[in-house]
Ligand binder design. Structure first.
Ligand SMILES: Nc1ncnc2c1ncn2[C@@H]1O[C@H](COP(=O)(O)OP(=O)(O)O)[C@@H](O)[C@H]1O
Ligand SMILES: [Mg+2]
Length: 278
């Protein structure tokens, strides 16, 4: 059984099926991607998995637990950690303390321990925080405030903060949005390293190049439905995928993405594929 399994997962907003009959498996130790045009229902899927929205049908099973009706907080305690598309860092806290908040996972008795040993949390979580920051090469920025950082560095803090919770499954919602190509490739390399050291990752992104390069397996969503799934090699040549991306008006795609998608599709669908040679 996969670490995360959804079966016929359906989320309705009024008359709109934002997710329709979604079957997705995320096996332990893999990097699984979900791509799809804007409004396809990608964030809705993470919302449904993490308990931020209520499905109208279907099942979500995580690590052997049926998540139906479970609060977001309990799901987080089971080891499901997400990042948000609009990054929400605590601006008054240092980078390190942003991670500490995520590492804490308070229990009902935490306040008692804090009362007697106020420094307990900091020392207990120090090594977890250090390795989360090292994983995205943020170590030297630990004592800075988020406002001192570039957009790309802030996105990485978001990833590191999620890592500090020591998730069984890390759900990333467009971590590469707003990153330039070099930053995005670097992020991809970090994600691969994390998977190599045992973390399971579910990656949503618009950046086709990133997803095709780093994922073990990819699902493609369009208008709330899975239209294709397979290995990167299978997905990049799938006619339905090419149609979904090229079907957007060129003007729209350009305005939003700087033509990133159509370029990636063209490169992916072409005979010589990737720019980085694999
Ligand atoms: N809370 C909500 N209430 C109503 N409609 C929503 C809500 N969240 C998302 N939607 C709609 O569901 C569809 C999918 O949105 P979303 O999951 O954010 O797409 P994506 O992340 O792929 O861009 C969109 O049409 C969006 O407008
Ligand atoms: Mg989204």
């Amino acid at each position: 059984m996969a670490l995360l399994e959804t079966r016929s997962l359906t989320v309705r907003y009024g008359g709109l099926a934002a997710n329709a009959d979604i079957d997705i498996d995320v096996p332990e130790g893999k990097l699984v991607g979900l791509i799809g045009p804007n409004g396809a229902g990608k964030t809705t899927f993470i919302d449904a998995i993490t308990g931020f929205t209520s499905p109208s049908g279907g099942t979500v099973t995580f690590d052997g637990h049926d998540l139906n009706g479970m609060s977001p907080d309990r799901r987080a305690h089971l080891g499901l950690t997400r990042t948000f598309q609009s990054l929400e860092l605590f601006e008054d806290l240092s980078v390190r303390d942003n991670l500490l908040v995520a590492a804490e996972k308070p229990q009902w008795y935490s306040f008692l321990l804090d009362l007697f040993r106020p420094e307990r949390n900091r020392t207990k979580h120090e090594s977890v925080i250090d390795s989360a920051m090292a994983a995205v090469e943020l170590g030297d920025l630990a004592d800075r405030l988020p406002s001192d950082l570039s957009h790309g560095q802030r996105k990485l803090v978001g990833v590191a903060r999620a890592l500090a919770a020591q998730p069984k499954l890390l759900l990333l919602d467009e971590p590469a949005a707003g990153l330039d190509t070099a930053e995005s490739q670097k992020l991809g390399a970090h994600l691969r390293e994390l998977v190599g050291s045992g973390t399971t990752i579910f990656l949503i992104d618009h950046d086709m190049g990133l997803v095709l390069n780093v994922c073990d397996y990819i699902y493609v969503l369009d208008f709330g439905r899975i239209i294709a799934h397979g290995t990167p090699a299978e997905v990049r040549t799938d006619p339905a995928v090419i149609a979904a991306y090229l079907g957007e008006s060129a003007g729209e795609a350009q305005a939003r993405e700087g033509a990133q998608i159509s370029t990636a599709v063209a490169a992916g669908a072409g005979a010589d594929g990737d720019t980085d040679g694999h």
